[in-house]
Design a binder for this molecule. Structure first.
Ligand code: BG6
Length: 497
């Protein structure tokens, strides 16, 4: 695919994300020769920095680039660094846009970037609409000469209502086709591989339905707590922070029907349909039976004391924000009727892992004895991170007399593909946006459909009667009560590190 000459304007450029994720991603693209001939980055934010200071901060002295820089020559780093510029927006974003416009046009003229611009909003979401408006007021959204694209970071709203407002606000100034909502999970190789696994393998797709699948389990565990992000997290919680976006995106790829082509909108249309078919839970009892929330409490892990969530910096000591969420739900459509989905996400788990497990039904008639329950059924495990790969569990005969069945693994790990480096999610997504490919970006209707499902749960957790907040010691697999969700089926699969 062709990558036009272009400029990237980052709002909130002095923030953490720019140094930690964006600049390393651009650096990797630069080293891999994937940037167009004319490419520059203009950082903009309220910090008072010169071009030189900005370059030092995000490149030359950045701890996030140190290792990468060490592998290339000084000239190469200089060449890269010289393509970075900075504009101080001052305290008041509104009055500084004249200056910003002049700077953009000057730089564009000087470096031949063809008036193709990506605006990357890495600011608090409360500023998104105002920035879009200010850009439009300066005619910086105009696509007569060159294209303009707007990338926005999550959270996309705080609820269905606020998400709708945000979408409407942005769409006042930019067309939906210009808006790229980034969900970094979609940039992960193994998340994309879900589509390939399903639609390129005739051994899986015919079985991918209620006739053969018993249930689906998705686990997203992080070993760390909220760290320094307590202030943000306490207003968000696991359901908003991970489930509404990343996990429901994964769900949509597991659930969706085959798209008619690999074009962005053909894929996204199917994802929206999938999200719209999630059975919305409104009944208090249904919510009580199918949702579990919890908070981590202080504990000692490997001799080290770990704080409880309510003791974390920036967190209200009486907080009712969940750091663990487990949800059981159903999908109301032809393919998935009555197949339970179990999805959980949490901080302070024993390990960091994200995986999708498809549990197939056992053969109708059990001819042979199994050494244990789990070997009776086939499992397909899609390992999203770490140790990206696909694991298939099949039953094999235990050598010796008789017919005993034991579980065996047929595993594939990405790391075994020699000379393949898995692209970082941000690198992949940025390159896609640079080339105008929105397949891996969330569309407004996808975001809204996801909120539609999540809103009643949040509402019940906030206002419902007798809603429990369980505790779990930091470093264990969540509260025991979460196993009750899965009752009759067994327990959650708790993968090893
Ligand atoms: C972010 C959340 O979107 O994803 C964080 O805000 C979380 O709370 C992070 O830690 C997890 O991302 P990854 O790629 O490390 O699984």
């Amino acid at each position: 695919r062709k990558t036009d000459n272009q400029m990237l304007v980052i709002f909130g450029a002095s923030g953490d994300l720019t140094a930690r994720k964006l600049v390393p991603a651009i650096f990797d693209l630069f080293i891999a020769g994937q940037l167009p001939e004319n490419y520059i980055v203009l950082g903009a934010s309220r910090s008072n920095l010169t071009d030189g200071e900005f370059r030092k901060r995000v490149i030359e002295e950045s701890p996030f680039l140190k290792k990468k820089i060490a592998k290339v020559s000084e000239e190469k780093v200089k060449e890269f660094s010289n393509t970075f510029f900075y504009e101080d927006l001052g305290e008041d974003y509104d009055t500084s846009y004249d200056r910003l416009q002049k700077r953009i046009l000057d730089l564009d003229n000087k470096f031949g970037t063809g008036e193709n611009i990506i605006y990357y909003l890495s600011t608090p979401p409360t500023l998104y609409e105002a920035i879009a408006k200010n850009l439009a007021d300066q005619d910086l959204n105009n696509q007569t000469n060159g294209w303009k694209r707007l990338i926005v970071e999550k959270p996309f709203g705080y609820s269905l209502e606020t998400a709708k407002e945000l979408n409407k606000g942005l769409q006042t100034y930019f067309a939906e086709s210009q808006i790229y909502r980034i969900d970094h999970y979609l940039g992960k190789e193994t998340v994309q591989n879900l589509l390939i696994t399903r639609f390129s393998n005739s051994i899986f797709e015919p079985l991918w339905n209620r006739n053969y699948i018993h249930h689906v389990e998705i686990t997203n565990a992080e070993s760390v707590g909220v760290g320094k992000r307590g202030g943000y997290y306490d207003k968000s919680g696991a359901l908003r922070d991970m489930f509404q976006n990343h996990l429901l995106q994964i769900v949509s790829l597991v659930v969706m029907e085959p798209p008619i082509s690999d074009k962005p909108d053909d894929i996204r249309n199917e994802k929206v349909k999938a999200l719209k078919s999630l059975r919305i839970m409104r009944d208090e009892q249904v919510l009580y039976d199918n949702t579990i929330r919890a908070q981590y409490i202080a504990s000692t892990i490997n001799g080290k004391k770990v704080k409880g969530y309510r003791e974390e910096e920036g967190v209200d000591p009486n907080s009712t924000t969940e750091t663990y969420a487990a949800i059981k739900f159903f999908v109301d459509n032809w393919r998935w009727q009555d197949v339970p989905f179990y999805v959980r996400t949490a901080k302070c788990m024993p390990t960091k892992v994200t995986e999708v497990v498809i549990y197939f039904k056992s053969p109708h008639h059990q001819l042979f004895q199994s050494s244990d329950m789990s070997s009776k059924a086939n499992k397909l495990i899609i390992r999203i991170q770490p140790d990206e790969g696909i694991l298939v569990k099949i039953g094999v005969k235990v050598p010796g007399q008789g017919f005993k069945v034991e579980r065996a693994n047929m595993d594939f790990y990405y790391s075994s593909l020699e000379e393949t480096t898995v692209m970082d999610a941000y690198e992949r997504l940025l390159l896609d946006a640079m080339q105008g490919d929105a397949t891996l970006y969330a569309r407004a209707d996808e975001v809204e459909a996801a909120w539609e499902f999540v809103d009643p749960i949040l509402d019940y957790w906030k206002n419902g009667k007798d809603v429990r907040m369980y505790g779990y010691s930091a470093g264990v697999w969540g509260p025991q009560n979460a196993d009750n969700l899965i009752e009759g089926i067994g327990m959650w699969r708790n993968p090893e590190a």
